[in-house]
Design a protein around this ligand. Structure first.
Ligand code: PLP
Length: 400
């Protein structure tokens, strides 16, 4: 296994990647699922743009950097395998998600079909829609191994004809990778709107919107894409644009005020944007996406898969350590508990060794954690700038 990882070290040029990641050498940074380390390209871009902004002001700055803004759409389209016209810039994944949801005209009795593993804020949004419009929320169950039960899922689609199917590709508090493309095929067969939360998968593995077959896909900049905070994007498929879907609240970027009592919608996904945004953020995100594209998402995914499989296998040898990620396909999010140490004790121990991580609490995994009979877990989320050697150190640290 180590040999395979080293091979990909060469292919991924880990030395250069680590040299270009200023935050990765003085600590073991394993929190890319929270907010990752930006590359120097992103850092320089943000600093340069802010410096220019201080000299000429935000509007002249935007005028002078139009080409960079255009490149954001081109690079992001390349990342997701779609056209630039299907991409809109957003301030976060939640911002993107909220706009997508608001474009669907829910009425009483409409069904949202989702899963037990969908993200906390999405679940709260569904409950809010239920309160306001009287919609029904149905959650598809899992198989015994933790995978989404696709047979039951199709049955639920057939039976309830949901107005919207909502799936979180990789949940925030477990390593599970949900079957986004298989769910997409069901949505296409039964013709329901399909919204994917790809916040944790974009930048970590290949995310191809054509293969997934979604109508909307929401993502954030700061996690596995390694972009600045306060950035994200929303993919909107041609199907949704042609059907006239648009967010409930539209501003002068999303529409043209064509006469006193009328407006026309932007033909592209830009109808989901708001006019105001941070140019430093936008262009920083563009650099982050470009960096991922240059490394190649297939290379990143392969490296990550090998790294994590090695890490998981090693952690299995630590006495009393329980890996908590269920499912046949798992990702760069790794959660665990220990028999003889509380989450707080493990956290304190990791901190003394300069390991950066986060803690997942049951409040964010209201359905998943009770099934696992846990209230919290340590979440480690390595990325491609991490090495097998670093993770071996963490394994030794956890043997305490
Ligand atoms: C699965 C998932 N979806 C959505 C979000 C929200 O992302 P943002 O904070 O960019 O809105 C998160 C953040 O942790 C997440 O893990």
């Amino acid at each position: 296994m180590l040999t395979a990882i080293n091979q990909f070290h060469k292919r991924m040029d880990l030395n250069t990647i680590r040299k270009e990641t200023r935050g990765c050498t003085d600590k073991i940074f394993l929190n890319s699922a929270g907010s990752s380390l930006v590359s120097d390209a992103v850092f320089d871009q943000v600093i340069n743009i802010l410096t220019e902004e201080a000299q000429i002001g935000g509007y002249a700055l935007a005028y002078a950097n139009q080409q960079g803004v255009d490149e954001f759409y081109i690079e992001t389209a390349k990342l997701l395998n779609c056209a630039p016209e299907n991409i809109s810039f957003q301030n976060s994944a939640t911002d993107a998600y909220a706009k997508a949801i608001s474009s669907i005209e829910f009425k009483a009795g409409d069904v949202i079909l989702t899963t037990d593993d969908d993200y906390i804020s999405n679940q709260i949004s569904f409950l809010s829609l239920k309160k306001r419009f009287g919609i029904e929320i149905i959650r598809a169950g899992n198989l015994a191994n933790g995978d989404l039960d696709l047979v039951a899922f199709e049955e639920l689609v057939k039976q309830h004809q949901p107005k919207l199917v909502a799936l979180t590709h990789i949940p925030t508090s477990s390593g599970l990778v949900q079957a986004a493309a298989e769910v997409g095929a069901i949505c296409r067969k039964y013709n329901c709107w399909y919204l994917v939360d790809a916040c944790q998968s974009v930048g970590q593995l290949v995310v191809d919107v054509k293969e997934i077959g979604c109508d909307f896909l929401a993502a954030t900049g700061r996690k596995f894409l390694r972009g600045p905070r306060g950035t994200g994007f929303l993919f909107v498929a041609d199907r949704a644009l042609e059907a006239g879907l648009a967010p409930l609240v539209i501003d002068m970027i999303g529409g043209d005020w064509s006469s006193v009592d009328h407006y026309t919608l932007q033909p592209t996904a830009k109808r989901f944007e708001f006019w105001e945004s941070s140019l430093a953020g936008r262009l920083g995100l563009k650099e982050a996406v470009k960096y991922a594209n240059q490394l190649g998402m297939a290379n990143i995914e392969k490296y990550n898969t090998d790294l994590m499989s090695h890490f998981r296998n090693q952690l299995k040898t630590v006495k009393g350590l329980n890996l908590q990620d269920w499912g046949s396909k798992v990702s760069n999010i790794l959660t665990f508990t220990m028999d003889h140490h509380t989450t707080e004790e493990i956290a304190a121990h990791l901190r003394t060794h300069d390991v950066y991580f986060s803690i997942a609490f049951a409040g964010s995994a209201m359905i998943d954690f009770p099934k696992k009979n846990i209230e919290s877990a340590i979440r480690l989320s390595p990325h491609y700038f991490n090495t097998a050697e670093e993770l071996e150190k963490v394994v030794a640290i956890l043997d305490f």
